[in-house]
Design a protein around this ligand. Sequence first.
Ligand code: ATP
Ligand code: MG
Length: 468
Amino acid sequence: MDLLIVDDEASLRDFLSIVFEEEGWRVETAGSLAAARLAHAKHEPDLILCDLMLPDGSGIDLLREVKASAPSVAVIMITAHTSTKSAVEALKAGAFDYIAKPFDIDELKIIVRNAVERKELEDENIHLRTALEERFTFSNIIGRSARMQEIFSVVGRIAKTSSTVLISGDSGTGKELIARAIHYTSGRRGKFVSINCGALPETLLESELFGHERGAFTGAIREKRGLFHEADRGTIFLDEIGETSTAMQIKLLRVLQDHVVRRVGSNSETQVEVRVIAATNRDLAESIRAGTFREDLFYRINVIPITLPPLRQRREDIALLVEHFITKYSKTLGVPQKRISSDAMRLIEKYSWPGNVRELENVIERMIALESSDVLTTKSLPEHVLLGGAIPDMTFELPPAGISLESHLEGIGKFFMLKALERSGGVQTQAAELLRMSFRSFRYYAKKYDLIVREGRNDETVEVEDEK
Ligand SMILES: Nc1ncnc2c1ncn2[C@@H]1O[C@H](COP(=O)(O)OP(=O)(O)OP(=O)(O)O)[C@@H](O)[C@H]1O
Ligand SMILES: [Mg+2]
């Protein structure tokens, strides 16, 4: 590690050089601000010890410049006499700490050691667990985004009523979770019963929902209670209501209007007291226009509409969800609580998540199952997440604000390397050939960009393949 000592007193520079060289540092010294600037540019030190008062200016200026160009460099200020004002100023400008002259060398050593420790921690890139999760949870549903917070507040307000709710949202956005939350905060005494209306043929759906008499149809050997009965004084969740036939929609309308159900094959009706929550990932307004969904039923169920936004429209929820699922699956899989690197988190936050929270949950579960170390890194991310996230916005237009050509070119490089790896099934020699690159430089960049994610295939096995 490199240390730069900036002080106009030559004897102090020499003393500190000897002390820190003994501690294993490579030391450079400078006696003025100008010399310090040169030394900083040339040696890129990890740590700077800097006197506050220099013959050609203030150490604070150097501190500011260093922090602007290389924020990870730790700077410790040496002040001539205890002046709280300049100490505060230094800390505000980003100094790690300060020490007042005359100082005890052991005290300085401790400050330096602390600075190194913190730098190592930062370099390790560990995404520190947010203690915020608790505050953004509504009966196990995570969301800090304004839209989710708004939904929680609606759920809180309507849970105790018996109004019908229509939850819409793409697949995996948490529709069923919200439906359960409504039921469990409602204080309703009956059960929560859930049925996927799109999964059953019409006749079966009818007897599931309303029950049937003995002998009502072939195979109806004994009479059966329907789910509306099961859910009496509770809640029935009609998932994918947009998939029902219009004939079924008329029957549902009747239950909603009159609170009575008629078993298949029966000629009497029974009263039920059921709260209905329906869900759909279709645009029902569109279905009404197309004539596949009855408008009167729509108005009956759309009393309280709740629309769950896709995950990519509430990216601020992603990190919390990731933490939540890491805890959940570390527990269920019986492994010590894992952490995630901030690089991996960044890619996860960038990805578009077409399968929404369910897809995110599956990815985290898989990463935890496959990662043997404590930290989930970009290496354990599935290729499509890497591919989606690793590419900085690829554009062939020059945006008004300009672009960083270098990182743009790097993005294109990564993109083709990933494509080549995909095509070669992860064999690096073949991928290198596809890109007219030497294996050596392919391997170098693949490592640099963290592109090798195939399970059970590490550099060694690939190198063996290279030799045959
Ligand atoms: N905000 C959230 N916080 C925590 N877990 C969530 C959240 N949203 C969804 N999940 C989890 O994601 C998974 C999918 O949620 P759910 O089944 O409720 O989605 P859905 O909208 O009903 O999906 P589909 O349309 O595919 O049926 C579940 O395991 C659920 O626990
Ligand atoms: Mg669902």
